[in-house]
Design a protein around this ligand. Structure first.
Ligand SMILES: [Zn+2]
Ligand SMILES: [Zn+2]
Length: 261
């Protein structure tokens, strides 16, 4: 079974677990090493084959150096992301520095992995698709807008973890300074609840059965609002949340349940 679990999701720290048979990987390690260790213990995972990095923002890399040094874990990222994060994560053993190219397909153990380019204000951000057991899971957070490359990679994923970062009104009326509001809502910023909801219609129409809303802003969103926004956009498009379509919001600080495909 292909397994997914969120160890934390939000602007204060992101870390996802994916496992298949004896291959266990993390996508980002943006919480403290201790929190990630506790999360993994919680789901009985005691070895990791690699950590895949989406981009160098601190809410995605905070614990990566510590974990790699302590447990001798390889870190996978593209070259520009390596260049941008190497001074932030401390010394990494040469053999654990793994460089990939975007939009190519790799494998680690029994999991096929494809990093794909996404628009975000970091050096070279990616989302990921994972394949095993004839199933596909995709993760895309920190995305300024939905591109055709994102569509191509996310369609036909049975489980999708997608960003639903902010509510447009809350962002506009909220405490952020003007420039930050502009950055968040730009095409290199984050995805709003509404844009997420519209894209979820496309996802469901292209085979997705399970959508987990991720990376919610603490200041400009809240779980019920993210959930209701996407749910009502789905409903307007004749898609009802039922036993065939599951929609959930990932918890910000706690570990999620384990999803099995
Ligand atoms: Zn982030
Ligand atoms: Zn980011």
């Amino acid at each position: 079974m292909l397994k997914y679990c969120s160890i934390g999701s939000g602007s204060s720290g992101n870390c996802h677990y994916i496992g298949y048979e004896n291959t266990n990987i993390l996508i980002d390690a943006g919480l403290t090493g201790k929190k990630i260790e506790d999360g993994l213990k919680n789901i009985n995972i005691n070895n990791l084959n690699g950590i895949f990095i989406t981009h160098e923002h601190s809410d995605h890399i905070k614990g990566v150096g510590i974990l790699s040094r302590k447990y001798n874990i390889p870190i996978f990222a593209n070259l520009k992301t390596w260049q941008a994060m190497k001074d932030k994560i401390g010394e990494i053993d040469k053999k654990n520095i793994m460089v990939f190219e975007n939009d190519k397909t790799y494998s680690l153990g029994k999991i096929i992995i494809r990093p794909f380019s996404i628009p975000h204000d970091s050096s070279d951000a990616v989302g990921y698709s994972f394949y095993a057991n004839n199933e596909k899971i995709s993760i895309a957070t920190d995305i300024g807008m939905i591109t055709d490359n994102i569509r191509k990679n996310l369609y036909k994923s049975k489980l999708v973890i997608i960003e639903s970062n902010y509510d447009k009104n809350m962002l506009m009326m909220g405490p952020y300074p003007y420039n930050l509001k502009k950055r968040v809502s730009s095409e290199l910023g984050h995805l709003s609840n509404e844009d997420c909801g519209n894209f979820c219609v496309e996802l469901v129409n292209n085979g997705t059965k399970n959508i987990l809303l991720a990376h919610l802003s603490k200041e400009n969103n809240f779980p019920e609002l993210a959930y209701e926004t996407t749910k009502s956009i789905l409903f307007e498009n004749d898609i009802k949340i039922d036993k065939n379509i599951n929609l959930e919001v990932l918890p910000r600080e706690q570990i999620s349940e384990i999803y099995k495909l």
